[in-house]
Ligand binder design. Structure first.
Ligand code: UT7
Length: 336
């Protein structure tokens, strides 16, 4: 059977930097509160013209270049996002022509902060089955256009940023986990009982006769609501569980992992995971300080930035884990 290998990565964040001090000017918050509770110092916000597919297109172009392939080799596009250009069709449909591609299938994945782990797992399965050979995966979000930027929404709005990361996964016959570069494992979970701990109720088919009503919007039901403490506690617990499972199933010792690329929801979550699992801080690569939480973008942005800064090199064994709205969570192990 085939396996799949990550052969290139790229990222793009919009140039506009929004610091915590900038947020202090528009809502009741403080730089110190945001840094102490989340580790975030700044994030990026797009300008008015930019759509999610535009960020995705730029990250994809970098990934294609980094992989050294011709774009005509791509035979499928997977987009992980919860902030699409339009209600429908999916971002993939707008991204494909922006990349100068036609006809190849595009699939949008809606698993929020775990979206990119789901995308990698789906791509790996397509490649292993022989259905596709070279898949472009992108995680992209524009949160800044959907945040409640008043004091009422401050618990959520200070955490999120805009950005995109992309990788190319390609068929290989590599299969020795101890030395070969390939996507080794994926473990995915969903627990829908926690769905309303982090969600946006509207627009939606469960919202009455009309998906969008003035009443629902006046009640701010299109903004995210979060039970922060509960989500935090579950994130630490579930990401630790998923990582332990991935190590056990593959007979890897924690010390064998060269780099941990976690979802970036809160620096304190990643610090607690490292503490609980006895992972040296130097092996955890975080970008949240600069970009905030870009949801489906965090893991591929981390990959591209770790490559650029020399922290992630060919042959290294990497473990990723994520947790978010759904609840959905998971882990994967791959040799870069
Ligand atoms: O990627 C998706 C998954 N998301 C997550 O994993 C996020 C998980 N949750 C968290 O990261 C944390 O719960 C938060 C960072 C969101 C909040 O931290 P916390 O320590 O749980 O704070 P809290 O919600 O208990 O709020 C503490 C206080 C409250 O004031 P009182 O009631 O003690 O007077 C809040 O009103 O901080 C207040 N507060 C703020 N103050 C300044 C809430 N948000 C802010 C803010 N600036 N932005």
């Amino acid at each position: 059977m085939y396996s799949s290998e990550i052969i290139g990565s790229g990222m793009f964040v919009p140039p506009q930097v929004i610091t915590n001090h900038d947020l202090e000017k528009i809502m009741e918050t403080s730089h110190d509160w945001i840094v102490q509770r989340s580790g975030i110092e700044e994030r990026r916000w797009v300008d008015v013209e930019t759509a999610t597919s535009d960020l995705a297109q730029k990250a994809c172009a970098f990934a294609i270049e980094n992989a050294g392939i011709d774009k005509s080799e791509i035979d499928c596009i997977l987009v992980a996002t919860m902030s699409p250009d339009h209600d429908f069709p999916g971002v993939g449909c707008f991204l494909q022509p922006k990349l100068g591609l036609t006809k190849i299938p595009t699939i949008d994945i809606r698993q929020q902060c775990t979206g990119f782990l789901y995308a990698m797992s789906i791509a790996n399965s397509f490649i292993r089955s022989g259905e596709y050979k070279t898949i472009l995966l992108v995680g992209a979000e524009i949160h800044s256009k959907g945040l409640d930027k008043t004091s009422r929404g401050r618990d959520v709005s200070v955490l999120f940023g805009d950005g995109a990361g992309a990788i190319i996964m390609r068929r290989t016959e590599n299969n020795d986990p101890k030395k070969d570069s390939f996507f080794i494992s994926s473990h995915l979970f969903t627990e829908g009982a926690g769905a309303k701990d982090l969600w946006a109720p509207a627009p939606g088919s469960a919202m009455g006769n009309e998906r969008i009503t003035h009443e629902n919007m006046n009640n701010n039901l299109h903004y995210a609501f979060m039970n922060g403490k509960k989500v935090f506690a579950n994130a630490v617990r579930r990401m630790c569980e998923a990582l332990t499972l991935a190590l056990d199933k593959n007979n890897f010792k924690l010390e064998e992992i060269d780099l941990f690329l976690f979802h970036q929801a809160n620096l304190r979550i990643n610090e607690m995971i490292a503490q609980e699992m006895k992972i040296p801080e130097s092996k955890v690569f975080n970008t949240i300080q600069k970009y905030g939480n870009t949801t489906a973008g965090t893991i591929p942005i981390g990959m591209a930035e770790a490559v650029k800064t020399g922290k992630l090199k060919k042959g290294m064994l990497v473990a990723s884990a994520a947790f978010g709205s759904g609840y959905s969570w998971g882990s994967s192990i791959y040799r870069w």
